[in-house]
Design a protein around this ligand. Structure first.
Ligand code: ADP
Length: 305
């Protein structure tokens, strides 16, 4: 049995596009799964249908074996969802929001208060518990949405772009927390634009493009298909020439920055080691292009062949 099984799912919006063209997805119990895709690919539609926020046109969905056409309430009780849009009453205080939400699942108030304390503390917003949600910063609102999604202690947690617009520090703390939840047994599905996010967190991945799944594989083999990445290095000291770096190719961009190609099988550690041997120190390092964009372009072109 899968945590989630989606078969031949289609969605045609009234007066709109065919957003999903018969997609299949299998997410194993305990998996950390990424649904990757560019804007408009169909990620939110997929998630909204799984959570029964949007009606499907056709297809089958099962959550831990429960068919959403037949046992919707049971399926829903196993899911926690963190949508992209904030959808709580901003005038309610945090405790109210969580306890009311638990009410929809028939969770007794006493238990709801215990859980609300646990998850507000986990999310680092316990001290704000009696404040109306309107007082929260954007990052805090996001954490509140996650705390709320955990109130029914879901076996499947679904997050739509959980770190969009979130600063780096919060992003990393959310990643740590999601990893922890997954290690404790929660199956997690997230949608993201960020390959780095998927790479850091996810074991398996599906890529959706124009309503079709063009790749459904494990994260490692997907990443290994990225042949070359180009790194930009900012250097500590000005250089006159691109240094001799054995098999690493690249060029100086200006005196204190250079780009280097890392091919499949080459290691960034080796590069750093070679530079260190020549007393060249790196201040910072980043990818030249968004690797996810490169990957999409590659996969979409492969798919069209
Ligand atoms: P993603 O989440 O990957 O950005 P979406 O699932 O939001 O993609 O959108 C998929 C396609 O469906 C897009 O072409 C989008 O414009 C369209 N779409 C999404 N929601 C609606 C809607 N409520 N009505 C009509 N079209 C929609």
């Amino acid at each position: 049995m899968s945590a989630l099984s989606v078969k031949k799912l289609t969605k045609k919006y009234a007066n709109g596009p065919t957003a999903l063209k018969g997609i299949n997805l299998e997410v194993a119990v305990g998996d950390f799964f990424a649904l990757l895709g560019q804007n408009g690919a169909g990620k939110s539609t997929t998630i909204s249908i799984i959570c029964s926020l949007v009606k499907k046109t056709s297809g089958k969905i099962a959550v831990f074996g429960y068919d959403t056409d037949i046992q919707l309430a049971k399926a829903k009780s196993l899911i926690g969802v963190v949508p992209q849009e904030m959808n709580f009453s901003i005038f309610d205080n945090l405790l109210q929001i969580l306890v009311n939400h638990a009410g929809y699942y028939g969770i007794p108030r006493k238990i709801a208060f215990v859980r609300a304390e646990k998850y507000l503390k986990k999310m680092g917003i316990w001290e704000m518990r009696n404040q109306p949600a309107i007082r929260l910063s954007g990052g805090m609102k996001r954490r509140l949405m996650i705390a709320r999604a955990l109130m029914n202690e879901p076996k499947l947690l679904i997050l739509d772009e959980p770190t969009a617009g979130v600063d780096i520090e919060l992003r990393h703390s959310l990643w740590r927390y999601l990893k922890e939840l997954n290690q404790e047994g929660t199956t997690i599905i997230l949608t993201t634009h960020y390959l780095e996010e998927a790479e850091q967190l996810c074991k398996n991945v599906a890529i959706i493009d124009h309503g079709e799944i063009i790749e459904h594989t494990d994260m490692k083999s997907l990443i290994s298909r990225l042949d070359i990445q180009t790194l930009i290095l900012d250097l500590d000291q000005p250089q006159r020439h691109f240094p001799l770096l054995n098999h690493f190719k690249g060029r100086l961009l200006d005196e204190t920055s250079m780009e280097v190609e890392i091919h499949r099988g080459q290691s960034i550690n080796d590069l750093v080691h070679l530079l260190t041997q020549q007393h060249i120190r790196i201040n910072s390092m980043r990818n030249k292009t968004n690797r996810l964009e490169e990957l999409f372009i590659y996969l979409i072109s492969e798919n069209k062949k």
